[in-house]
Design a protein around this ligand. Structure first.
Ligand code: ATP
Ligand code: MG
Length: 252
């Protein structure tokens, strides 16, 4: 077994007087795809920000493998957060500019990512000229252009309609299979979590107030890869969905 990409040990977090997270320990395997589900407001984004290194937890530790510690990460949020005055190509190029990667090398990487997310031909379009799904694909290209080893997604497809959402999920799997990237994704959709991830973590609250929250269940799906949408009609897929739903219901 290879060592985990990231290990969180006993993470707790309190905002002012509000205890949000307590005693969260988890492992994200190298090259794995882990999903996190749980009710609104429980602390999923807070945990994602802690794992991304954007927020220091009140207590607990994050350990990463040595070669991943110094690497830049990729982040995608629920809203695409594109810069409206920049074209698609200029938006995707932003992380490279921040890392001072310029010239032909940058051009090549930007074009490769735009092709990978299926936006060839839209390089010079502005965000206002794109559909929601296209804008989210630009956000995904921007998160991956600097070839991060760790991609964190916070409800990246939350604003999309069901069909576009399914297509984006398939695209994300295709990209993940083509790159050596470890993924941690927050989603509200149980079926999306089961379809995409190797394991689904369920965040639940303490009895009564619901605070602080912790990881109450870890469900390893064991579904085969590569996956396509036909898997959703199988009994084993439905069993996983039922297990995650039961875990959520037992932990609120
Ligand atoms: N910067 C902050 N300062 C104070 N409280 C915060 C801050 N960020 C989040 N919180 C509080 O922490 C709790 C958890 O918020 P968080 O955004 O992590 O929830 P979530 O599970 O991601 O919810 P959702 O599914 O709606 O996105 C909420 O009660 C929220 O009000
Ligand atoms: Mg959130």
């Amino acid at each position: 077994m290879s060592s985990p990409f990231l290990t969180a040990v006993n993470i707790s977090h309190t905002f002012q007087d509000l205890p949000v997270l307590a005693n969260i320990s988890l492992e994200i395997p190298s090259g794995g795809f882990v999903a996190l589900v749980g009710p609104s407001g429980i602390g999923k984004s807070t945990l994602l920000r802690i794992l991304a290194g954007l927020l220091r937890p009140s207590s607990g530790e994050i350990h990463m493998t040595d070669d991943s510690r110094q690497e830049p990460i990729g982040l995608v949020f629920q809203r695409d957060n594109l810069m409206p005055w920049r074209t698609v190509a200029e938006n995707v190029r932003l992380p490279l500019e921040l890392m001072r990667v310029n010239g032909r090398k940058a051009d090549g990487r930007v074009q490769k990512m735009i092709n990978l997310v299926g936006l060839a031909g839209f390089e010079n379009s502005y965000p206002a000229q794109l559909s929601g799904g296209m804008a989210q694909r630009v956000a995904l290209a921007r998160a991956l252009v600097h070839e991060p080893l760790f991609l964190l997604l916070d409800e990246p497809f939350g604003a999309l309609d069901a069909l576009t959402r399914e297509r984006m999920g398939l695209e994300l799997l295709r990209i993940w299979e083509a790159m050596p990237v470890t993924v941690f994704m927050v989603t509200h959709s149980i079926s999306e979590a089961v379809f995409l991830a190797d394991e689904v973590l369920v965040m639940g609250g303490s009895p009564g107030t619901g605070r602080p929250a912790t990881i109450t269940h870890r469900i390893v799906t064991g579904l085969p890869r590569p996956r396509d949408l036909a898997i959703e009609r199988t009994a084993v897929f439905q069993d996983c969905v039922t297990a995650v739903r039961a875990a959520i219901e037992s932990s609120v």
